[in-house]
Design a protein around this ligand. Sequence first.
Ligand code: TRP
Length: 361
Amino acid sequence: MGKIILTGDRPTGRLHVGHYVGSLKRRVELQNSGEFEKIFIMIADAQALTDNFDNPEKIRQNIIEVALDYLSCGLDPAKSTLFVQSQISELTELTFFYMNLVTVSRLQRNPTVKSEIQMRNFEASIPVGFFNYPISQAADITAFKADTVPVGDDQLPMIEQTREIVRKFNSIYDEVLVEPEALLPSNDACMRLPGTDGKAKMSKSLGNCIYLADTEKDVKTKIMSMYTDPTHIQISDPGHIEGNTVFTYLDAFSNQKHFEEYLPEYANLDELKAHYQRGGLGDVKIKKFLNNVIQEELSPIRARRAEFEKDIPAVYEILRQGSEVAREVAAQTLSEVKKAMQIDYFNDAALIASHAEKYKK
Ligand code: TRP
């Protein structure tokens, strides 16, 4: 059997550069590597509704934004199936059966759920749908028999939970499901890209994100006002690299070629860092370099987005068709699951015959 990818994002807003280095860029590389037989990229609207159930309009407005971000990054509907979670009703059916295999205390121990419950002030009363979302995520992954799930490390508890469900299902019923593995970003900076203000997480409410759809001018403004090292006051002062957002972004985005092109007086990032630490290198210079690097990465994405924006109905059509394909795959897995659970009564001639025999007068 060939290798299969499934991953996705909650459509709660436009995607930003954190999503890009954390996952999107890698997905496109994996897509174009030709190493995968099938690739499923899911817009997780049903999951987003588990903590936005009172604001369906927000989810509704952001499906197209995420789709445009996907396409503009280079996800290609000819190679990857792009689809919308809620349109695959088989996923909820799988969730329902998997719920039998998970205990409440196991869900309570899921570290991601735990911290999200705190963040959302759900401690007093947790909506059941939200509490259950790790199980629904197991359904997302297993419905497509995905073995590879490219995600950030915050999703590791979800993958672990999925693996437990798979093992339990396969041992109780039959070997139907595939145990997935997470594929994490290649470096630390990519895994945890901070906000432009240096805060640990990029978030819309903090206004510290660089979005893939931002204009060139907006990106530049955000970069030029980025958080650096508050103790680096004079250019001649020694500077710090740790916690310096500009350097974290350079770790995530820059490569050798960028130095040759935009900053040839330094051989590489290590030399630039060393100079900053010694003193004598100003913030404006490193910010301008970072701006060049990021603009180079984002400008083809922006240009592709502008093309796709010209035909929005076509983008919806891509999602509709992708959802149809995804639904067929999920339906196949669901029928295998039901058969393994022996709930295929009407297709089981032997069962019907044996009961006929039992009640023969
Ligand atoms: N939980 C993921 C996130 O918040 C989105 C998601 C839903 C997902 N189902 C998935 C990711 C299945 C990977 C696999 O970003």
